[in-house]
Design a protein. Sequence first.
Length: 218
Amino acid sequence: MLSTQTRNLSTLRRADAEAEASERLAHGEVNLVSWHRELPLGLDAQLVEWAERFPAKFDEVVAMPNYDLSAATRGLAEPARTWLTLDVAGLIARLSLLADARRLRVSLGAVRTDQCRKFHVDYVRYRLITTYVGPGTEWVPDAAVRREALDHPPDCPCDANKEIVQDASAIRHAVPGEVIVMKGALHRNHHGAVHRSPPIEGTGRVRVVLVATTVDRS
């Protein structure tokens, strides 16, 4: 059974972490921030079952602040549906405020492939990612990235990744519930954060992931 009970202290710590992360990202030399959240007990099981019954992913451009997320969580049983809808709404509202964005592309649903196998930078201003089920996004601190290898990487993803990140121990692995907000190549103050999707294709594993991206360049 899903438990949505949250301690006041945990809520305050989460709010502090989010505020600190947003403040850090405002600085020109920071291109990625993250903060951890504790997900409700039982949420993962309900989301896996939902992903089996509703494999289609929600993927739409929404106008802020007037939008309808009911289609994004259709078919998910209560109370998980209400919790997830409110969580997504809160995260995209924070990204909209941080990026001063009037429109966001919101994607929510099951992922069973590797998607982006090579480490790369997104051609956007800002992107927010959180994984509710399964392995999270892999990203690399700037100091461990060979930026020159990003421009002309080898065709083979394995070779490309070894060229871009020569020290594999530098790779960071997000965990379920962790929120990542990163700058992309279109951000005016900094080159974007280097990251990729975790390799899961062929393993039978499923991820349930939210991705919110700025659409306008203002």
